[in-house]
Write a protein that binds this ligand. Structure first.
Ligand code: PFF
Length: 452
């Protein structure tokens, strides 16, 4: 670990950098398909409740650990308590698993940019288009390789700052576009209102344990929690910055964009398919199937389609860069290799794992582990197994070994910590029990021992 740590120039810098890493495909691609599949309004409610209690506490804990130790995850746990040193390396496995399949989805986004640019809007609006595309063997691999190579080039040559500047301009445009599309769908498409109601109004009859399991996994994913990343962000944060306020801002921003993305996609699913269960529950393809239909139906849809997917590409790229950057710096610290050698190593691993994810939809679609093809399996291992384990260990460590008071003191370096009681109770009692239940139920469910 280098002894000189750069730090964010100020509060706005910190919040923007953390939000830039947090906002990505998780918000725009993953949140809407989960919300559609796991109950609409009831999923949204579960997500928001988890976010302001559990997500808040875990994010404060991670940022405070980083700021207190001035180290990234691997060093931070070791420095605070040798017995918990293993949590750091465990957390760093998560970005290694996520980066490859994240890049596969990044490749899908690039394919859609090219599709709109070539004027294939009508073909892409066809219901079977997406599945036919990911079922091909060659093309999805090419787009995936292109996405991961672009990410590697940025990290290899250290030009992240330039990309971040571009993405800061893109983000407001993306939000405006999403808002525009929401207004268009809701005001002009018949049946869309039903979708708005499905998405906003909690209906207990749609609740299942999977609602909470999925909401919890999504919370980790979207806010980049339980993978060491917020610890690293914390280590760059100055002592006078309010961790509590920044956490609230990151949460509001991240959840706000996810909420809007759901509002853009779910009502359209109702408008196009009447909201039947198979359309709502289709999973990872939802955004790619639904959006071209909207763009096809709108005036100027091709141009809007290109612009939209270019913005999504930048949001995905900044997140992929931050994932890769994390993995590269872990490898540098552990393997004592140079930055560029580590970039190439990470590229190699990502190519291999990402290839499995793409082939899982085509040549190897018959291969199933725990009933899942590769992309779902990587998503399951990281979101439903490793992240809950890391979050659980973090809570036990902070709650019973380090003691919440130590981190409360760290937070209070910049003023009073208003949520400190919530923080203590969540970290010590509520979160550990809850995470354990969720972890057990999702694993037992995957092994078909229980049905949830
Ligand atoms: N939070 C990102 C998203 O929602 O797309 C995913 C992610 C990006 C996780 C960067 C971790 C990370 F370092």
């Amino acid at each position: 670990m280098s002894s000189e740590r750069s730090s964010f120039t100020g509060k706005v810098g910190f919040v923007l950098a953390a939000a830039g890493s947090a906002v990505g495909l998780g918000n725009i691609w993953r949140f809407p398909y989960l919300a559609a599949k796991y109950g609409g309004g009831i999923f949204l409610l579960a997500y928001v409740i988890l976010s302001v209690t559990f997500g808040f506490s875990l994010m404060v804990a991670e940022i405070a650990i980083g700021r207190k130790t001035q180290l990234s995850a691997i060093g931070a746990f070791r420095a605070l308590d040798r017995r918990f040193a293993f949590v750091g390396p465990l957390a760093s496995i998560v970005p290694i698993i996520i980066l490859p399949y994240y890049s596969v989805i990044g490749g899908w986004v690039m394919k859609y940019i090219s599709g709109f640019a070539l004027g294939q809007t009508q073909r892409m609006a066809d219901s079977g288009y997406f599945n036919a595309y990911i079922g091909k063997i060659g093309e999805p691999i090419l787009w995936f390789v292109l996405f991961i190579v672009i990410t590697t080039v940025v990290v290899f040559f250290g030009v992240e700052k330039g990309i971040e500047k571009v993405s800061k301009i893109m983000m407001p445009i993306l939000i405006l576009l999403i808002l525009g599309i929401v207004i268009y769908t809701v005001c002009t498409m018949e049946g869309a209102w039903k979708g708005v109601i499905y998405y906003i109004k909690p209906d207990l009859s749609h609740f299942s344990l999977m609602t909470v399991v999925a909401a919890m996994g999504q919370l980790f994913y979207s806010m980049s929690l339980a993978m060491g990343i917020m610890i690293t962000f914390g280590s760059y944060t100055k002592k006078e910055i309010s961790i509590e306020q920044s956490t609230h801002q990151i949460e509001i921003f991240d959840t706000g964009i996810a909420f809007l993305a759901g509002l853009m996609i779910i009502p359209a699913v109702f408008a196009f398919s009447g909201g039947d269960q198979s359309a709502l529950g289709q999973g990872p393809g939802l955004m790619f199937v639904t959006l071209p239909k909207i763009f096809h139906s709108m005036p100027g849809g091709t141009v809007i389609g290109i612009t939209f997917f270019v913005m999504v590409f930048f949001a995905a790229l900044t997140s992929a860069i931050s994932l890769m950057e994390t993995v590269v710096s872990i490898f540098m610290d552990r393997l004592h290799l140079g930055r560029r050698a580590c970039c190439l190593l990470v590229l190699g691993i990502s190519l291999l794992l990402g290839l499995l994810s793409t082939l899982g939809y085509s040549a190897w679609s018959e291969v199933k582990l725990l009933g899942m093809q590769f992309l779902d399996l990587f998503d399951f291992i990281s979101n439903s197994v490793l992240m809950p384990i890391i979050a659980l260990l973090t809570c036990i460590f902070v709650g019973y070994f380090l003691k919440p008071g130590t981190l409360i003191e760290e937070v209070e370096l910049s003023g009073t910590f208003r949520g400190k009681h919530l923080f203590s109770v969540m970290i010590r009692f509520v979160a550990p029990v809850f995470i354990l239940l969720i972890l057990l139920s999702s694993v037992l469910n995957a092994f078909n021992i229980i049905q949830i």
